[in-house]
Design a protein around this ligand. Structure first.
Ligand SMILES: O=C(CO)[C@H](O)[C@H](O)COP(=O)(O)O
Ligand SMILES: [Mg+2]
Ligand SMILES: [Mg+2]
Length: 217
């Protein structure tokens, strides 16, 4: 994991597989505070899934970023809640946002700006500062915020919590970008073998869910 932590600090992506009996997907992961438009382009072109920002639960709480499933239930849309995933108890989706300085919110520049500013918000509130999230972000938007489980890896072992564990181990702000790697030919998730091949060809670290076991208490 040491190589992965160094890569993250150096602004390189890390590939993270969860588990065969979970999503069985490989995500491309960056530290959110380092994301620039070229990194969003790499996520879009080489990964292809949904560009999301995972945030530490303490920050999510202070920023008012609850689970979307809870918001739906409170709004009377209980029947829409994703309680039947099959691979996990719940998703980690919170709110989808754009930074208010963006135009449409979907370009690589816009999404990079939104991602970086979410990381700033996380850093600010975890340092005890105040951040008025709605004053800077509009919803719905093009970047999905993912809220880490309150017990982090001890409570849930999704890419959300694994990526936050990497940021923590790296001593960095616990805000990460995760994006699933998809396969253009099959229409499914990229296989672990193909993702490993991509990691080897691009000199990237490849981690699996089992590799996080020592961090689960
Ligand atoms: O659903 C997702 C958001 O696009 C992805 O699977 C991402 O990996 C985060 O989710 P999880 O923590 O459940 O793996
Ligand atoms: Mg998923
Ligand atoms: Mg996932």
């Amino acid at each position: 994991m040491t190589e992965a932590l160094e890569d993250l600090r150096d602004g390189k992506p890390v590939l993270v597989h969860d588990f065969e009996d979970r999503e069985n997907e490989v995500d491309m992961v960056y530290l959110a505070g380092e994301v620039t438009h070229d990194k969003v382009a790499r996520l879009r072109n080489d990964a292809g899934g949904l560009v999301c920002v995972a945030v530490h639960p303490d920050a999510a709480r202070r920023l008012g970023l609850g689970y979307m499933s809870d918001k739906l239930a409170k709004a009377g849309d209980e029947r829409l809640v994703d309680a039947d995933l099959g691979y996990d108890d719940r998703s980690s989706f919170s709110t989808w946002v754009n930074h208010r300085s963006t135009r449409t919110g979907v370009t690589d520049n816009d999404r990079a700006k939104t991602v970086r500013r979410i990381a700033d918000a996380v850093e600010t509130v975890l340092a005890g500062g105040v951040f008025d999230f709605p004053s800077e972000f509009r919803a719905p938007g093009h970047v999905a915020v993912l809220r880490g489980h309150d017990d982090l890896l001890d409570g849930r072992q999704g890419h959300t919590e694994m990526s936050l564990a990497l940021a923590d181990e790296a001593g960095e702000v616990p805000a990460t970008v995760v994006c699933e790697m998809l396969d253009d030919e099959t229409g499914d998730a990229m296989t672990v073998d193909d993702a490993r091949r991509y990691a080897d060809e691009n000199d990237l670290a490849f981690l699996t869910g089992e590799g996080f076991a020592r961090l689960v208490h």
